[in-house]
Design a protein around this ligand. Structure first.
Ligand SMILES: [Zn+2]
Ligand SMILES: [Zn+2]
Length: 372
């Protein structure tokens, strides 16, 4: 698995840093997490850099299966519709899924009325809530019929106090008015496991935990040979059947743990979701956590539901991540080393991301390739 970080700035581009957007390249295709302004251009530019460096980690937009959004702020969503349009111009045929959070109550009302045209005047819905953006994108041509490839639009109702693994999701086909309950998001990720982690921001938000399924242990043929097993006996063991004196388990080598990444999106440092996540048995190889502010601006961080670098580090420790990557830096901060030196107080393996960084996760090994 590699994570390509295509933007590390919060709110607006600054100091050569672009706004949010990451590409998670898994063994089952690409998942994009957030898609701020200019995302598709950054994708192309990044690939050129990788090509010039003869990197083996180049990425192809045709391999994108799923786009996950963490919340509706425009520095995370403005590049989505142009990307969908370009994929159409590229002649895309295979389906694509967009999954994004909204208020629980919006999902409930859509389900109750069996229509996307619900009344929301009596609830406090932000203009940039993903529900509102979906309506806009559909009216601007973001539909299966206009793009000529199938787009699955999924809304996930979230709340900061949700339990991990609670899923309140629907899939919407806007032109046909079809609305379906979604019970398993991995149907839309080519089998990659994804879990939404409740976060705490000024609009409905969640982080995304993404994991390649662990590989089953191989059959230990050397051990079979030592025990003089016949081809028939080996076949039975491989099929999970017992044979005289041996069980299949005895011949299975240890399963190979595959990598996982958690991308926080925008969140206040102290939030119930990370605490709940730390009580699950989900392991996280790499945590990519926002660190908008330094400790000196911790009041600002609290007021606007963002994190300081130190808070990001505390969350990395809390969930037992192996590596912390901090991102989403305020334009007030020119030198991101200031942030990592604060984070290191609480968590040693920290790296302040640069645009175009490629985080390579292979088994237990994590490498960071930077292209200054
Ligand atoms: Zn943001
Ligand atoms: Zn935000």
């Amino acid at each position: 698995m590699q994570v390509h970080i295509l933007g590390t700035s919060s709110s607006r581009p600054a100091h050569g840093r672009s706004v949010s957007g990451s590409v998670v390249n898994t063994n089952k295709g690409i998942i994009v997490v957030d898609c701020g302004e200019g995302f598709q251009e950054r994708f192309v530019k990044h690939n050129k850099i990788l090509k010039n460096k003869n990197s083996k980690y180049r990425i192809k937009s045709g391999k994108i299966n799923t786009i996950l959004l963490t919340h509706g702020h425009l520095d995370h969503t403005w590049g989505l519709l142009p990307l969908l349009k370009t994929l159409s111009l590229d002649g895309r045929e295979k389906e694509l899924t967009v999954i994004a959070p909204t208020l629980d109550i919006i999902v409930e009302r859509i389900l109750q009325s069996d229509s996307v045209a619900i009344k929301v005047e009596d609830i406090d819905v932000a203009n940039v809530d993903i529900y509102n953006q979906y309506l806009q994108w559909w009216s601007l041509g973001g539909t299966t019929e206009e793009l000529n490839y199938r787009v699955n639009w999924i809304l996930v109702g979230v709340d900061k106090n949700d339990d991990i693994n609670k899923l309140n999701a629907i899939s919407i086909n806007p032109n046909r008015g079809q609305i379906e309950v979604v019970n398993d998001l991995s149907k839309f990720t080519n089998g990659i496991k994804i879990v939404n982690i409740p976060t705490l921001h000024s609009v409905p938000s969640c982080g995304w935990w993404i994991k390649e399924p662990d590989r089953r242990g191989k059959f230990d043929s050397e051990k079979a040979r030592r025990n003089n097993l016949s081809v028939e006996q080996i076949k039975k063991l491989v099929n999970g059947e017992k044979i005289d004196g041996f069980s299949p388990k005895e011949f299975m080598m240890e399963s190979k743990k595959n990598p996982s990444v958690l991308i926080s999106g925008d969140t206040a440092g102290k939030n119930p979701g990370f605490r709940k996540f730390s009580n699950t048995n989900y392991e996280t190889s790499v945590l990519i956590h926002e660190a908008t502010f330094l400790q000196i601006n911790k009041d600002r961080a609290e007021k606007y539901f963002h994190s300081t670098a130190l808070e990001a580090a505390k969350n990395a420790k809390l969930i037992g991540a192996k590596q912390l990557i901090i991102t989403h830096f305020s334009s007030r901060i020119k030198d991101t080393k200031l942030l990592s030196s604060e984070a290191i107080e609480a968590f040693e393996r920290v790296h302040a991301a640069c645009d175009s960084d490629v985080i390579v996760i292979e088994g237990e090994e994590i490498k960071i390739n930077s292209y200054p």
